[in-house]
Design a protein around this ligand. Sequence first.
Ligand code: ADP
Ligand code: MG
Length: 321
Amino acid sequence: MPLSESELIARFFRNCGAQRRDVVLGVGDDAALTECPPGMQLVATTDTLVAGVHFPLSTPAAAIGHRALAVNLSDLAAMGARPAWALLALTLPEAEDAWLTEFAAGFGTLARAHEVALIGGDTTRGPLTISVQLLGHVPQGRALTRAGGHAGHLLYVSGSPGDAAAGLAIEQGRLAAPPQAAPYLRERFLMPTPRVALGERLREHASACIDVSDGLLGDAGKLAAASGVGLEMFYSALPVSRPLLEALGERSARELALTGGDDYELLFTVEPARTAGLERALPQEQWNYSQIGVLRAAPGVVLTRDGTVMDFSHSGYQHFA
Ligand code: ADP
Ligand code: MG
């Protein structure tokens, strides 16, 4: 006999996330009640994943659950916020036990790792769509935004962008990667690691921040535009992972690092006088970030190599079309 909606919620989602003392009323009533800590501002974000649009239909349920929360955690990380509470609006073609078990495990493991409580949601029937709303907090007036950069501030990125786009291409059968590289790249797409701890630490050091979800170059352009400046990115400074190099070769790997999506890394700017403090507090090898450019007064985004402006077109995907 199929599960009723309330049985489904009780079984898979009532105890899915972390238990938090600031949740006065969680799953079960008409809405949830939480205590916001004094002196903190509420930070809110939401992101929707549609099957076949934001992930391939073949994606394992645990990865979908992980990803639905991870993309939202990444948004809060970019604000320098600490995540606390999530709501999950789930649209399902059918209530399949094994699928729901895996999905809830993927979502719940990541939620508990970040002490996020699942405090409510909605469950409906229809084409597979997962919409997560994530709430968190940040000390009054201390949130990082896209708009705080100034000309001369140095531009950094965490991790190695491009890996996830290669992983997606492998998932979709558009890219054949060597056996030693493929599992890493697929994992980077399926189970992205939101840089929550880095984002919170960056409140002390960064002037502006954005999470890289749509491609490094484009998202860098959004940060610069919001800050009212332009930027120069250094082609040779782009961090490219060894598996990405092995899968694509130097040139295509760098192009994908610039244009690929789904990285969920943090791109941030630091005033020159504060870079020593950044590197002391957050050693680069330990926190895994690199300087890749600088903000400029002149608007627009330029990519340079040995000081010469490169003519770059967004051709990353064509390399394995
Ligand atoms: P209502 O009809 O008042 O919207 P629902 O029957 O949709 O109530 O939901 C009952 C309770 O279960 C609510 O507290 C709601 O927030 C929660 N809920 C529904 N679906 C989910 C879900 N997928 N994950 C977590 N909580 C859910
Ligand atoms: Mg409802």
